[in-house]
Design a protein around this ligand. Sequence first.
Ligand code: AMP
Length: 292
Amino acid sequence: MEIVRTVTELRQRLEPVRAKGRVGLVPTMGAFHEGHLSLMRRARAECTAVVVSLFVNPAQFGPHEDLERYPRNLAADCAFAENEGVDLLFAPPVDEVYPAGFRTYVDVEGLTERLCGAERSGHFRGVATVVTKLLCMVLPDRSYFGEKDYQQLQVIRRLARDLNLPGEIVSCPIVREPDELAMSSRNRYLTPAERVSARAVPRAWQAVRACFAAGERAPDALLDVARRVLEAEPGIRVNYVELVDAVDLTPIARVTAPALLALAAFVGKTRLIDNTVLCPEQVEAAPEERST
Ligand code: AMP
């Protein structure tokens, strides 16, 4: 595996590969865990050359967020990426991505105004800008994103379509700890007691799924179930719990099409997000009906 720091080097290395086959890109902020590695594995299985970008993007952090203390460990990350058969690790310094005088940002309207966008002003503008830049730098045939950041995935799909950016956007399922907590680089901020409290996050969506499987289709009733589970855990402060259309993320009156249950909660100072998609057809059909 080679580590490259500049866009010029990156393009030089990729030039000969393009003619031979498919280039895959996995954008990350580092501090790798199994979630990141699952994206790398998928890219490795599907592409000729795999590029992983590692860039803690200042533009997506708010002034009071955790940019300074965000976990960084290049040596460990290199070992993980190498082990997954990654070809190029693109780890640019901040001024390679945002040179002096940088003034151009990408704003995806609508989709970014809800859920995390409403809570983290400017966050998706930073994400959309850096992902647009990475797609332009690498020109991948496929790029890989996790469903853990579901809203981010929808924002990226939209910007890629609206700006005619190249390649296919591939989504990958959420990788979870054995107790179902979604893996996240931020989980390492949690104290042992907070880690126990954090289990209420997956418990909340599991309770909603059970209620949904029993036939409940009213958003208020389903959301109440999630809130009750979260509010019963004293170590948790709910940031938002919402049930929205799974494609355009708009509010729904009843679950008649795939719906996204999205949760964000603070455990101590750490903000965790999670989600699950409720699909009416799958749940209503008995397993034997589905398999025929
Ligand atoms: P990050 O380094 O947090 O920006 O994440 C880089 C990529 O990994 C994004 O596409 C995330 O959605 C994805 N990712 C992070 N955590 C997980 C997870 N637990 N399961 C699947 N994908 C994940």
